[in-house]
Design a protein around this ligand. Sequence first.
Ligand code: NI
Length: 189
Amino acid sequence: MSVVDEAIKYIQELFKDKADGHGADHTMRVYHNALRIAKHYDECDMELVSLAALLHDADDHKLFKTENNANARNFLNGQSVGKDRIERICEIINAVSFSKNRGKRPDTLEGKIVQDADRLDAMGAIGIARTFAYGGKNGRDIDSSVEHFHEKLLLLKDMMNTDEAREIAEDRHRFMEQFLRELEKETGI
Ligand code: NI
């Protein structure tokens, strides 16, 4: 089994009990988004992109109490991945976090791709579904979930690093605007 397949297996196990929109299904969508963007870049290191995408939430502070990317390192140390590559993967993961790096862009192509891939999953139909699923779980009503669109989700379109992601983001942005217009029409929110 390749190290990427091993990583898929690892995150399925790691996120087994998590279902708040940051679980294994989110990670798999980010992984597929990342591959979709990365294939436009010959110079892109596909293994780095794949592993960073798959492990990008493995040490998310909302889910795990780990320090220094311990879950990601734990997995990678058990695989045939060189020490320098492990460091590069952890750097990508750290550069991708929205809360830690608001406004900053990752330096590497691989980091830019994984950050775009993660942000795309907060947009469009899946972004809407995740927002209300998360809101419901945290006792947020529809009104305050809608605020989240204006505070964060509608800003993402202009934060994309790559042209490919920007194109996908524009479609997803239009869909969210259409949804909000329809919601306003039906409810006055
Ligand atoms: Ni994520």
